[in-house]
Ligand binder design. Structure first.
Ligand code: HEC
Ligand code: HEC
Length: 306
């Protein structure tokens, strides 16, 4: 028994660290779909098939980072797409249903992209699933009964969200001010002191001059301070992931997620002609206030007008 688990453990870590992304695309129509999906993940807000479904200035690759090969979602940090396809169908606590990979992809449009959920049968949705599935070539199927994500992300999310929840639920206004100072020192040179992004460095909060929301909304994983801290500690500052200590990552995302962003009213993100929506939770509403309440924090007391 011990030998067997050691054996599979070695194989698994081999897969994990070799980052063996397939080198060649499938041929024919399938290969075209995989490439289209790759293009959409890189250019989500400008690709003609998805630009009208995106409600902010983000692209998938802003959070599912490129690896050394330059391909979307092959970065090693938390949020990688390596192994993702091997985990589906998977159970999601958020929707209280079993989700397919396409369901999971499409849900990031409603929340992280502050947009509309693509239709499951659309070319865009199929293409993104084709690309993400191709990234898991050769990996064994291991359906996830706990959360809809890759075996390479699953325990990292669980462990870190627990850790950051413990830290952040003790937060006061002092942590918020600390987070602001750290943000200004370590993040603002790329994301802007006003969080609106600079050039190709993406926005973190706020609106543009026409009143359009720039970044992820209050229903997104990133808007929950503990999830945000888990992602940021692993991936930011860009190129220097895993350099922020726990308290710093916790305070920085307490500050970032306290800034103005679009409230999330789930029903506003469904197309009228979408057909069936695979979820049992249809009345979800999230705001900055409710995201802080979930940690037992009062946003007004945390910000005190700052
Ligand atoms: C603002 C950041 C952000 C953006 C932009 C974003 N996502 Fe995500 N995505 C997340 C986070 C955070 C999670 C996991 C946490 C959760 O489940 O709440 C996630 C999870 C996923 C998963 C499950 C992956 C796994 O194995 O862990 C898929 C698939 C996915 N996103 C697809 C997409 C696609 C496709 C796009 C572009 C249309 C996109 N995401 C844009 C933040 C983002
Ligand atoms: C050297 C520039 C740089 C620094 C410094 C940096 N980031 Fe980023 N950040 C980026 C880039 C670029 C991306 C998008 C990655 C991509 O598209 O390849 C990103 C993505 C993000 C995202 C997800 C996308 C979005 O816009 O919401 C968050 C959240 C984030 N950074 C937070 C931070 C925080 C917090 C810090 C400070 C601890 C930080 N970043 C420091 C360049 C930087």
């Amino acid at each position: 028994m011990f030998k067997k688990s050691l054996f599979f453990g070695l194989i698994f870590s081999g897969i994990m660290f070799a980052n063996n992304v397939p080198k060649t695309y499938p041929s024919g129509e399938l290969g075209k779909m995989v490439r289209l999906g790759e293009n959409i993940l890189m250019h989500t807000n400008t690709n003609p098939l998805t630009k009208n479904l995106v409600g902010n200035n983000l692209k998938c690759i802003n959070c599912h980072l490129r690896g050394v090969d330059g391909k979307p979602g092959t970065g090693k940090g938390i949020g990688t797409f390596i192994g993702t396809a091997s985990a589906f169908p998977a159970y999601s606590k958020r929707e209280k249903t079993v989700q397919t990979l396409q369901d999971r992809i499409n849900n990031c449009f409603m929340r992280s992209m502050n947009g509309k959920r693509p239709i499951i049968d659309s070319k865009a949705s199929i293409a993104m699933a084709a690309y993400i599935t191709w990234l898991s070539t050769g990996m064994p199927i291991q359906m996830n009964e706990k959360r809809p994500c890759s075996p390479l992300n699953s325990e990292r999310w669980a462990k870190n969200v627990k850790k950051f929840t413990e830290i952040q639920k003790k937060a006061t206004h002092i942590n918020y001010i600390r987070g602001k100072k750290l943000f200004e020192a370590k993040c603002s040179m790329c994301h802007g002191i006003d969080g609106k992004g600079i050039g190709s460095f993406p926005p973190l909060w706020g609106k543009d001059k026409n009143g359009k929301w720039l970044s992820y909304n209050c229903g997104a994983g990133m808007s929950k301070p503990a999830k945000g801290a888990a992602w940021v500690q692993s991936n930011m500052p860009l190129g220097a992931g895993n350099t922020l200590n726990d308290q710093d990552a916790a305070d920085i995302m307490l500050y970032v997620d306290a800034q103005p962003r679009a409230p999330f009213v789930l029903k506003e993100h469904l197309l009228s002609n979408m057909g069936y929506y695979n979820s049992k939770v249809l009345n979800e509403v999230d705001t900055v206030k409710s995201n802080f309440q979930a940690l037992g924090l009062d946003i007004n007391e945390i910000k005190r007008g700052n």
